[in-house]
Design a protein around this ligand. Structure first.
Ligand code: CMX
Length: 145
């Protein structure tokens, strides 16, 4: 258990599961056939070197991620581990994502980068290093709306 105090008012909810794939079109075609809603249009997040699409599966969505560069986070993951679950993404509510980033950092959690950056759908994101999260890659995200 972490021994630092909770941030008053903050709420965290699972938003989506990030899936690494070398072939976005093929994965989206396979997976979207299993669920009734159409996938979102492809979007590129250049800061993260990925092209992505979401599939609504009821509850948290699936986010299919294809790297646009071999030497990117998803590119390296694919070459080491192959396609599959890459990260879990949680929505931050009740506090700004900057406040949440600072709170975790001040309490010794190993975060990736210097602060939130541009994510998909106009949101801002940051990641907790797997070494500080039980071997999972955790993303936190927040949209303006
Ligand atoms: N889940 C769990 N562990 C992971 C991981 C993942 N997705 N990716 C890497 N790791 C682990 C590796 O297994 C390795 O562990 P060991 O040291 O025990 O072998 C360790 O992290 C280092 O891995 P690496 O291949 O050497 O990779 P790097 O250190 O260069 O990078 C990380 C790892 C997590 C810092 C990097 O992937 C990162 O910055 N991720 C955040 C950004 C990101 O993932 N963006 C893509 C998604 C974008 C989006 O959703 O918009």
């Amino acid at each position: 258990m972490n021994d630092f105090p909770p941030l008053p008012g903050v709420r965290i909810e699972l938003d989506h599961i990030g899936i690494a794939t070398p072939d976005l079109e093929n994965s989206v075609q396979q997976l979207s056939g299993l669920f009734p809603s159409p996938p979102t249009p492809p979007e590129e997040v250049s800061d993260q070197h990925v092209r992505l699409q979401f599939i609504d599966v009821g509850g948290p969505r699936l986010e299919l991620l294809q790297p646009t560069q071999e030497e990117s986070a998803v590119g390296k993951y694919l070459s080491k581990k192959g396609p599959g679950i890459h990260h879990l993404s949680f929505r931050v509510e009740g506090a700004s994502i900057d406040t949440w980033f600072n709170h975790l950092q001040e309490n010794g959690v190993k975060l990736i980068g210097d602060g939130p950056t541009q994510g998909s759908e106009g949101g801002r994101i940051f990641f907790v290093h797997p070494k500080s999260a039980g071997g999972l890659l955790i993303e936190f995200q927040q949209s303006d709306d």
